[in-house]
Write a protein that binds this ligand. Structure first.
Ligand SMILES: *Cc1c(COP(=O)(O)O)cnc(C)c1O
Length: 376
């Protein structure tokens, strides 16, 4: 049994439709209990499709893949101790968004779609453009005109049609929504197939730990594509009996754009109107995340929390990461600044903590040059 469910009414729809919202216009989830056999999985190539049976794409012929995933899990010295970090910047398009794009574009291919629309501040767009190119699907990507030149070049190089929209991230989304009225909407926010890909982050992490969950997993909280996907993955593994406990989820936001923080602290599930300030962490600069309520619920139910990091600490973390040989996007540095804050204020001495580096530094080299003062 697998189908779309409306997050408001519970109404269901077949997965074979190109739909991305319910008849009420609400977000969709996918009702599907993924499962796999760990003994079978370990005999397969080291990529995210080794959990094949847990990914709701029926025909192997539709799978669009570069054998991505099973990213390294390393011990990183951080905050006077060691944390385990998954190097998810090492994906073909340079960010973990490939997890979602691989599954979403496989779904599009299975439907016989020839054209997709997507909107993104950068990495989701480049990931969709890469997998669209591999699938022979035409990609129309809507981006804020302010998107970094490196990401725009990457999109163009993949052969995507770029639509640069002046104004805010929200105005870009509106322009894409208009185009999506007539074209398949490959949205990492709306389309729940994306999360069937990002859940493999949790599968890989637990497999790499010998089928155990860490105590705590610290992840970015922008649109929630990683944190919500990871939550799906952990829940499925508990249902399968593969792991025993659901880890505490810690969501990291930039203090300059932290719409989840206040509602979370006030015990509410509902986001209030919020306007943020610019931040180095462009990947999590999402003032009105569509799945914000879901993120708050998952984090609260896990016993975790939301932390907001200051710009100065993002910069410090970036300098420290680069000094350790990890050239990552400022957004990834924000997550590690969050790890520092967690270690100082919340962590128990023997707590097993895992986190992630999400995006490659080459995507933002000009910004990093300025942040590190290398242009002087
Ligand atoms: C998209 C992105 C994030 C976080 O986004 P979520 O949707 O909240 O998971 C973090 N880092 C990078 C580099 C990204 O591209």
């Amino acid at each position: 049994m697998k189908h779309f469910t409306c997050t408001q009414t519970g109404e269901t729809y077949p997965l074979t439709q190109t739909r991305w919202h319910s008849d009420q216009g609400a977000l969709l989830d996918i009702a599907f209990h993924g499962s796999f056999d760990p003994d079978l999985v370990k005999t397969r190539p080291a990529n995210m499709w080794r959990y094949r049976e847990a990914i709701p794409i029926d025909s192997g012929a539709d799978v669009v893949s570069f054998s991505e995933g099973m990213t390294p899990l390393i011990d990183l010295p951080w905050g006077g101790r060691s944390v385990q970090v998954k190097l998810d910047y090492l994906f073909p398009s340079g960010s973990y968004k490939d997890r979602g794009a691989s599954v979403l574009m496989s779904h599009a291919k299975s439907l016989g779609v020839t054209q997709v629309v997507q909107d993104s501040s950068g990495n989701a767009g480049t990931a969709v453009a890469a997998y669209a190119a591999a699938a022979g699907i035409e990609a129309h990507i809507y981006i804020p005109a302010s998107t970094s030149p490196a990401k725009q070049i990457q999109l163009a190089a993949y052969g995507a049609h770029i639509h640069a929209v002046p104004g805010t991230r929200e105005q870009t989304a509106d322009a894409a929504l208009e185009a999506a009225a007539s074209t398949f909407y490959a949205s990492h926010v709306w389309n729940p197939f994306f999360y069937q890909g990002t859940k493999t982050f949790a599968y890989e992490l637990c497999e790499q730990l010998g089928w155990q969950a860490p105590d705590t997993v610290i992840l970015p909280a922008g649109n929630g594509t990683l944190i919500l996907g990871a939550a799906i993955g952990f829940r499925e593994m508990i249902d399968m009996g593969v792991i025993r406990h659901f880890p505490k989820l810690i969501g990291i936001q930039a203090a300059n754009c932290a719409p989840l923080l206040r509602p979370f602290e006030q015990g509410s599930d509902h986001l209030a109107p919020y306007s943020g300030q610019p931040t180095y962490a462009e990947g999590i600069a999402i003032a009105a995340p569509k799945r914000g309520d879901q993120m708050i619920r998952e984090i609260r139910n896990s016993g975790g929390t939301i932390l907001a990091v200051e710009e100065a600490h993002i910069k410090e973390a970036l300098i420290e990461l680069c000094g350790l040989g990890q050239f990552v996007e400022p957004t990834s540095a924000a997550v590690l600044a969050g790890v520092s804050q967690y270690l100082q204020k919340h962590a128990a001495p023997d707590e097993h903590i895992a986190t992630v580096l999400t995006g490659h530094g080459l995507k933002a080299s000009q910004k990093i040059q300025k942040m590190l003062g290398l242009d002087r």
